[in-house]
Write a protein that binds this ligand. Structure first.
Ligand code: UDP
Length: 238
């Protein structure tokens, strides 16, 4: 499958057309950004690590009944994916309080939440991705009916249940993560974008060590070393 015209370039990925109008190629970039791209860097090999981790997790989720956009892995940093219309909602799932949740609501960093929290954020860098509620989603016409919001929340919770069990076996706490969904030409809602240490928080269960993009956000070590360790654990046959 050959890369066609560049359709879109985001902070961590490029999307290209292919000969098939229903399929795109996603290229995982080595670029790292944080704080709405105010902090930028690049680490060679980061894109390939995320592409491998995300492909493995998407395949695992597919096996468990979650529909995703992933069709095939083309090489170390390219995936063949179904073309979808991305719903401009960042769906964040949280098991443990940290980051913006702790800051905004004063919840102690590291507190285990009494139940899984699902939040919506508007995918809009100009507005700094504000948190939004269901009514905001409807007023902004981000989806055409409320049932879709229910589907997004239910899918996000199912994904959390599957991933939490998977990472617990690998001695990683899945603290929180962000997922995006798209709608394909048949109107089906598919898990899209990626699931990687760029979009999740992982804390080692034994040492509490941070093993995700917070290393870059906080400037506390090597992103590559941590992402490699996450990949090793993801690939572990248990
Ligand atoms: N997240 C993301 N992209 C964003 C915002 C958040 O992938 O644009 C992920 C982030 O890595 C974390 C979770 O969503 O796993 C919750 O992030 P939070 O709202 O705490 O934001 P932050 O503290 O990173 O500003």
């Amino acid at each position: 499958m050959k890369k066609g015209e560049l359709l879109y370039e985001g902070k961590a990925k490029r999307l290209y057309r292919t000969e098939n109008e229903d399929q795109l190629i996603a290229e995982f970039k080595d670029d790292l950004t944080a704080f709405n791209a105010q902090k930028r860097s690049s680490e060679e090999g980061k894109g390939a690590l995320n592409a491998k981790i995300s492909a493995h997790l998407f395949r695992l989720l597919e096996k468990e009944g979650i529909k995703t956009h992933l069709i095939d892995v083309l090489d170390e940093n390219h995936h063949l994916v179904k073309k979808v219309e991305i719903i401009p909602i960042e769906v964040v799932v949280r098991n443990i309080a940290t980051g913006s949740l702790s800051k905004r609501l004063g919840i102690e960093d590291g507190k285990i939440l009494p139940f899984t929290l699902v939040e919506f954020y508007l995918k809009d860098d100009n507005l700094d991705d504000p948190i939004i509620c269901d009514d905001h989603c409807m007023i902004l016409e981000l989806v055409d009916d409320r049932d879709k919001l229910r589907v997004l929340k239910d899918e996000a919770k199912k994904i959390n249940t599957i991933l939490k069990a998977f990472f617990t076996k690998r001695r990683l706490n899945l603290v929180d993560f962000k997922v995006e969904f798209g709608i394909d030409k048949n109107g089906e809602i598919l898990l899209s974008d990626e699931i990687s240490p760029d979009s999740c928080r992982f804390w080692d269960m034994d040492t509490n060590e941070i093993m995700d993009k917070d290393i870059f956000r906080k400037g506390i070590g090597s992103v590559k070393v941590a992402y490699e360790e996450v990949l090793n654990r993801v690939l572990k046959d248990l």
